[in-house]
Design a binder for this molecule. Structure first.
Ligand code: PEP
Length: 258
């Protein structure tokens, strides 16, 4: 049986009331689909909506994630949120290194590496995002860029910690553009990610879970999820509607039991 992770990145959308409504609608889809245990569903609301979403999904198999964190576990870092605060707020996952944070907040591989260590220290599972820009792809630099993001971003992460980690391949040119990678483009990079990770963590490279993200929708989920090295999706826009998120989840449920 194949296992899949279907994670929704709600970005900077939803007030607490809207988050509760969306989480309830997603929970309805989840209950209707009854995903097998090999399919995991994660929702990642903004910080201020974590509590509201958590109230709705408490006691269900839907997991909660955040979209960022600081690397320290407390301190004079005005405006920041510590990994242990997220853990105490019900999060099991945290998205780190998303291209929007790299692009708009100047996050570097070195900073994201510190955040990954901080998250692991406090018991959160990082969903580490990597991906190339359009110019980098056009210049045939995709795999070089991904290699640097993996090697620098995961510096000094132990094999034991790596067992937990989730990688998300998100080509920057595919995020929010409606232009998803083709299944073969995704497969090529996912299998390269496994090969690069195998250099560091040996056989674990074969087991690491790698999600595809970038304009995933119900119409393209099946062709991408059937690729051998794709273990699910990180979904932005389509996760803000329970129907489209549920339809993508349904594809994973169907493929998992085939
Ligand atoms: C994302 O924000 O991680 C993402 C993949 O967005 P979208 O699905 O909207 O392209």
């Amino acid at each position: 049986m194949r296992s899949y992770i279907i994670a929704g990145n709600w970005k900077m959308y939803t007030t607490p009331v809207e988050a509760a409504t969306l989480a309830s609608a997603i929970l309805e889809q989840h209950e209707r689909l009854q995903p097998p245990h090999s399919v995991k569903t994660i929702i990642c609301p903004p910080y201020t909506s974590l509590y509201a979403a958590r109230e709705v999904i408490a006691g269900t198999r839907i997991c909660l994630g955040a979209q960022n964190c600081h690397y320290e576990n407390k301190g004079a870092f005005t405006g920041e949120v510590a990994p242990m605060m997220l853990k105490a707020s019900g999060c099991s996952y945290v998205i780190l290194g998303h291209s929007e944070r790299r692009q708009y907040c100047g996050e570097t591989n070195a900073l994201v590496n510190k955040k990954i260590h901080g998250a692991l220290r406090d018991g959160l599972i990082p969903i580490y995002c990597v991906g190339e820009t359009l110019i980098e792809r056009q210049n045939n630099q995709t795999l070089d860029i991904i290699r640097v993001q993996l090697v620098d971003g995961l510096k000094d992460v132990s094999l034991h910690s790596a067992e937990q980690l989730v990688i998300a391949y998100e080509p920057v040119w595919a995020i929010g553009t409606g232009l998803a990678a083709t299944p073969s483009q995704a497969q090529e990079v996912h299998s390269a990610i496994r090969a690069i990770l195998s250099e560091v963590w040996k056989e674990y490279g074969a087991r690491v879970r790698i999600l595809y993200g970038g304009s995933l929708k119900p119409e393209n989920a099946e062709e991408i999820f059937t690729m051998p090295d794709v273990d699910g999706g990180l979904i932005g826009g389509a996760s803000l509607q329970a129907e489209s998120f549920g339809a993508i989840l349904a594809v994973a449920c169907h493929l998992a039991v085939q």
